[in-house]
Design a protein around this ligand. Structure first.
Ligand code: ZN
Length: 204
């Protein structure tokens, strides 16, 4: 179904029919979280354990603020548009990202930023800039030449400590105690760009 037919529902958003699947966690000898009934699909190529979620896009009501782990991971892995799930826009200057304007965070922002939001295609960048609540305070379009995978965002269950949400790299010793929920890429080679006017026969 098209995004237009359902209103504005990004590809990576969860629907009310989707949730975390009940799974029992245990600890392997030597200290490492694992599912009791784990299969090879539960870990990525870095050996990171991933959250199990159901997938029923389009069923129920959209929950725009809740990211779907499976679709976020797929979009980040393949550099798909976070809004429509098609290929993200790419030019000689890199892949297009639309970011909340946090340029006061550090000099040279967003260079080195750890991104959990996947990139976008050009038509969806225009729609998002107008309609995304978290971009209303200001946004910036950026071409990114080097957006390498750097780790995951997820829930850390260190023994004897309260669970907390963190970003870790695969070589972080804490990664053994993590259940990942989102893939993270770090943005390098960033250049701010103006969103190109859309060429649409309907608006000509
Ligand atoms: Zn798109």
């Amino acid at each position: 179904m098209s995004a237009a037919g359902r209103g504005f529902v990004p590809y990576i958003s969860s629907w009310s029919s989707e949730g975390v699947l009940a799974s029992e966690l245990g600890v392997l000898p030597g200290g490492r979280l694992a599912y009791r009934d784990e299969t090879p699909c539960d870990r990525d190529s870095d050996g990171i354990l991933w959250r199990r979620v159901s997938s029923r896009p389009g069923q129920g009501t959209p929950e725009l603020g809740r990211v779907h782990s499976g679709r976020q991971r797929r979009a980040m892995l393949r550099l798909l548009c976070q809004v429509c799930g098609g290929p993200a826009d790419r030019s000689g200057d890199g892949v297009l990202w639309l970011l909340k304007d946090d340029r006061d965070d550090w000099p040279g922002w967003p260079e080195g930023m750890a991104a959990t939001h996947p990139p976008v295609c050009m038509p969806c960048a225009h729609v998002s800039a107008r309609m995304c609540p978290h971009l209303r305070g200001g946004h910036i379009a950026v071409r990114v030449r080097d957006a390498r995978r750097c780790g995951v965002y997820g829930s850390l269950y260190l023994p004897g400590r309260p669970a907390q949400e963190v970003i870790t790299t695969p070589d972080d010793p804490r990664a053994r105690w993590l259940v990942a929920a989102q893939m993270v890429r770090v943005l390098h080679g960033c250049s701010a760009v103006d969103l190109a006017p859309l060429r649409s026969p309907r608006s000509a």
